[in-house]
Write a protein of this length. Structure first.
Length: 528
């Protein structure tokens, strides 16, 4: 499953393997319930939960705990203190090698698997409404629960990534994915809502960790486009995977099969962990010098110790880095921009089709607009990656916010004129938001110091869903305002975010992360 070297010096390969086996076994104990519905198109609502399912749930919870025990390092406080005088120089000037391309490919696959999970919600909601015989406002509890989970997961996993390492966080998230597949066999509506939260927590934790890891591994001249391209392809690929599996499997196995898929895809993500490198600094701090050398050789980096005088300067830099208007202004600007994306993507764009139909447009027109959004997003990924790396990281983000504002203004105009064509406003909005989400997390990962990169990127990632949480909360209460009011309400914070990014954002294109990081200094080599 995972080579011994990747988990040595943790609380044991055996513990992690045992945890994965326990979670997988707990999921398989739910299989009889799912198969009971094979003669009824897998409708399970109202069936009693058996003792085997209860034992399976206990095994899943216990397995996740055991896996975490095997992944998390020992003597965290002392090892973190010991690691403060070690600096791993990022491979700023190294050419792209096989290791870099392999890492990019693996992380694209990981993000496709990760993003596919919440994307399937849109394809399961009609089946849930039919099986459980509930209203649209009640079924909105599912995306609401999932989005709350992604907010919590983004923050918690971002913190874990800074403390325990990037790889451990990714693997633990994958194990949770496996556990959430039992939603496909749950006859109870309430249990499904709970599983949506767990799925969201696992999905939300993957994004910030992936961006933080990639930002630290890629050379500066390739860092920008690789971050945007990996994130963009992962997002588009996740949507296509969700829609593809839904079209192929749901007619035969019902909506529940889309949750059952979390078992094979989650286990695939665990296996992909063998190809994801651990942080070299993490390995050095735990005395695993040979493994650290191998990672640094593969990615063209090196390690140095900090002299006493430099350590004092480093500590001063740490105190400055996390205070002041420059830090808080940048974090608030990116978080506000991310929240605006969430309001648009999980609110306005979801409500737009019904609004178009109410204004006299055909269902086929509104459906076609949504279907084409993924096709528009695909070439946008490559254009955005080029502009982000060849022109400017900061001003590319500002431009994406400007396009989003233009799209919002177009929607406002569309609402005031019943004869207006929706094509241009919707296209502008889709291009702007797709460009924004492709860049906002990579830009956040490049903009903050190494020691807090995971948690700050996690905060921004959480905000991309926080806007959606608010939008879905309104849907649950059946208080969705007119689209013109929504457009006006989102235009104001989007404009503020654009201005703040222009003021507080830093240009990161082609720059050494150490120049952008108060932790980065020129250190004397010690032959590590």
């Amino acid at each position: 499953m995972i080579s011994t070297s990747t988990l040595s010096d943790r609380r044991g390969v055996w513990a992690f393997a045992l945890g994965v086996i326990a979670v997988t076994g707990g999921v398989l104990m739910h299989a009889p319930m799912f198969l009971m519905g094979r003669h009824n198109h897998f409708v399970l609502a109202g069936m009693p939960i058996g003792w085997d399912m209860i034992l399976g749930m206990i095994a899943i919870v216990g397995g996740i705990g055991i896996a975490a025990y095997g992944l998390l390092p020992r003597d965290i406080a002392s090892q973190l203190a010991a690691s403060q005088d070690i600096v791993v120089t990022p491979p700023e000037d190294a050419p792209l090698g096989r290791a870099h391309w392999m890492l990019m490919a693996v992380l694209v696959i990981a993000l496709i698997i990760d993003i596919m999970k919440p994307a399937t919600l849109g394809f399961t909601l009609p089946g849930m409404m039919s099986e459980y015989r509930v209203t649209k406002s009640t079924v909105s509890l599912f995306p609401f629960s999932a989005l709350v989970g992604t907010v919590v997961g983004s923050i918690v996993w971002g913190i874990l990534a800074d403390i325990y390492g990037r790889k451990a966080s990714i693997l633990l998230s994958a194990v949770m994915f496996v556990g959430t597949s039992i939603c496909g066999a749950m006859p109870s509506l309430a249990w499904n809502v709970g599983m949506c939260f767990m799925m969201g927590a696992a999905a939300g934790g993957m994004l910030p960790v992936t961006y933080a890891l990639l930002a630290e591994m890629m050379p500066s001249k390739h860092r920008g486009w690789s971050l945007v391209l990996v994130g963009g392809l992962g997002a588009v690929g996740g949507y296509f995977a969700a829609s593809g599996f839904s079209a192929l499997l749901q007619p035969f196995f019902g909506w529940r099969i889309l949750w059952i898929l979390n078992l094979p895809t989650g286990l695939s993500l665990v296996l992909l962990g063998a190809f994801i490198p651990e942080s070299a600094k993490f390995l050095l701090a735990r005395g695993r010098r040979q493994e650290a050398r191998q990672v640094m050789e593969r990615f063209g980096s090196n390690a140095r110790h900090v002299r006493v005088a430099e350590q004092i300067a480093l500590q001063r830099g740490q105190s400055v880095a996390l205070t002041g208007p420059a830090f808080f202004g940048k974090l608030f600007a990116l978080s506000l921009a991310a929240a605006c994306f969430g309001l648009i993507n999980f609110g306005l764009l979801l409500w737009l089709p019904a609004d178009l139909v109410a204004k006299g447009h055909s269902v086929s027109v509104s459906s076609k607009l949504l279907a084409e959004s993924a096709l528009i997003a695909f070439p946008t990924v490559f254009v955005v990656a080029y502009l982000y790396s060849a022109w400017s990281t900061k001003w590319s983000v500002v431009t994406s916010l400007g396009l989003t504002l233009a799209g919002l203004a177009g929607v406002l105009w569309l609402e005031s004129s019943s004869e207006s064509s929706p094509v241009l406003p919707v296209a502008l909005l889709i291009v702007g938001t797709n460009a924004l989400i492709a860049m906002i997390l990579p830009y956040a990962a490049e903009s903050f110091p190494l020691r807090i990169r995971g948690r700050t990127t996690g905060t921004v990632a959480a905000c991309t869903k926080a806007g959606g949480v608010f939008a879905q909360f309104l849907a649950i209460l059946a208080l969705v305002p007119p689209l013109a009011v929504v457009a006006v309400a989102v235009i104001v914070p989007t404009f503020v975010a654009m201005v703040l990014v222009a003021i507080y954002g830093k240009e990161t294109r082609g720059r050494d992360l150490r120049d952008l990081d108060p932790d980065g200094h020129t250190f004397a080599a010690t032959g590590i």
